[in-house]
Design a protein around this ligand. Structure first.
Ligand code: FES
Length: 106
């Protein structure tokens, strides 16, 4: 099963076991992980599921599509090189992923 470590901006961490095919966003929301709002429910229209993917996990996901790239220009906390929208990050078997949530999503 995939595992995701969510690190908050204050350094606190939550580790969650996810399901293959679920997104990093869905896994957070389902398990009450703070720091991801996901207002649009994953339809790529809100940018409130912004995360910073830790360097060791960046290669685990395919490159972003143009729409995700455009949406990242509207995040509450400025995007960085490792920014992704977590509703677009799909888990697969035996992934060990680490992401950091921004200070705010709205
Ligand atoms: S949940 Fe809205 S863009 Fe990801």
């Amino acid at each position: 099963m995939p595992s995701v470590i969510y690190t908050a901006s204050d350094g606190s961490e939550v580790t969650v076991t996810g399901y293959p095919g679920d997104s990093v966003m869905e896994t957070a929301v389902r398990n009450g992980v703070p720091g991801i709002v996901a207002e649009c429910g994953g339809s790529l229209s809100c940018a409130t599921c912004h995360v910073f993917v830790c360097p060791s996990s960046v290669e685990s996901f395919p490159p972003m599509e143009d729409l995700e790239n455009d949406m990242l220009d509207g995040t509450a906390v400025d995007r960085a090189e490792n920014s992704r929208l977590s509703c677009q990050l799909i888990l697969h078997d035996d992934m060990d992923i680490r992401v950091q949530t921004p200070e705010t999503q709205v």
